[in-house]
Design a protein around this ligand. Structure first.
Ligand code: PLP
Length: 353
């Protein structure tokens, strides 16, 4: 693959720096372009540096864009592993279809990612809980103000060494159940990892943060009755021994961590359901002492215990505000596979270099 070298490399964060999430970026990126005549072309590794765009470019006005999130991990033998990348490429092409973005060849994206990771190997942090976050994105690049699907696109992958997603690490999060704003409706774009979903959710997020919460727990748009997800995480509840996650009704992002957790739970004989779950059922369980655990799942946060939820002005503490056994088991299993500390019976880890 073609590579354009940079003149000067960036300063890497010193060992022991609190990396946070998405604050540091590596030296190079993978890019490819699309136009109607050539299809996807010009795949290359190039310096990750500011790029100039005409301000009439479609992406800035109509948010015709999608993204993905994955992580790369250093294995005990020094090799680089990525968690289930084929799932991300498949989902990205589903998001593309929803947003009128042309399908891209997943093999070429994977090849680009693997080349990039080999070049940027030294950027992968090795302290416990850290990883190299991978952000593939496609944006509409035609210069045109008419409201139409673009005829030109840029696909890029940038990389960011990250620590934990939440400032407080594995401490249980506090969620505010949102009963006014909505994230997504059936028939909308909630199932796609598209840029506009996040812009639309920021107002509720900011208001929740002002009240001291980490994130918003979204309800369905139509009845404000059923639990959906948390904006960057899918939700699970352990109620009276049953592990429940909202079923994928079309307004929920189909998380790969969610899918992985379901498989682990089923294989270990847990009673698992993907079904609609009303907020009333969650609250009743909390009141009756049957809400054993609640946690979110996502690439960025991995498995994140929920210690408290507020609904209609009332606070419900879950599991004494501590991480529960199911949450812990899933966290240990998934991170164990990712960091090469446990066997990977599913073949979820792809060794890329
Ligand atoms: C990315 C994302 C998730 C988590 O998906 P993973 O594939 O597990 O990382 C959940 N909800 C939303 C809205 C997301 O964007």
């Amino acid at each position: 693959m073609k590579m354009i070298e940079r003149k000067q490399l960036r300063q890497k964060p010193e060992k022991g720096t609190a990396l946070g999430f998405g604050r540091y970026f590596t030296d190079y990126m993978f890019t490819m372009k699309y136009n109607e005549k050539e299809g996807w072309h010009d795949a290359q590794i190039e310096p990750n540096e500011p790029v100039r765009f005409d301000l009439a470019t479609t992406i800035f006005h109509y948010a015709q864009g999608i993204f993905e999130g994955m992580k790369a991990f250093v294995q005990p033998d020094g090799k680089i592993a990525v968690f289930r990348p084929e799932e991300n490429w498949a989902r990205m092409n589903r998001s593309a279809a929803r947003m009128c973005i042309p399908q891209f060849p997943a093999e070429l994206a994977e090849e680009g990612l693997e080349e990039l990771l080999k070049v940027e190997r030294d950027w992968i942090p090795t302290e416990p809980g850290t990883a190299l976050y991978i952000r593939p994105t496609i944006i509409a690049t035609r210069v045109m103000l008419g409201v139409h699907a673009s005829t030109e696109y840029l696909f890029f992958i940038i990389l960011s060494p990250v620590g934990s997603y939440y400032a407080h690490g594995l401490e249980p999060t506090k969620l505010l159940v949102e009963d006014f704003y909505v994230r997504s409706a059936i028939g909308g774009t909630g199932e796609a990892k598209c840029l506009g979903n996040y812009a639309a959710s920021m107002k509720a997020g900011e208001e929740a943060e002002e009240k001291g919460f980490d994130q918003v727990l979204w309800l369905d748009a139509k009845e404000k009755k059923y639990v959906e997800e948390v904006g960057s995480m899918n939700m699970f509840f352990v109620i009276d021994g049953e592990v429940v996650t909202p079923e994928l009704v079309g307004s929920i992002l189909p998380g790969i961590t969610r899918k992985s957790c379901l498989q682990i739970l089923r294989d270990r004989g847990y009673r698992v359901s993907e079904r609609r779950i009303s907020i009333d059922e969650v609250i009743a369980a909390a009141e009756n002492g049957k809400l054993d655990e609640a946690f979110g799942t996502g690439t960025a946060a991995v498995i994140s215990p929920v210690g408290l939820i507020r609904y209609k002005g009332k606070d419900y503490t879950i599991n004494g505000g501590k991480m529960g056994d199911v949450t812990r088991m899933l966290y240990d299993t998934i991170t164990g596979i990712q960091y090469g500390k446990r066997e990977d019976p599913y073949g979820w880890k792809k060794i890329v270099g």
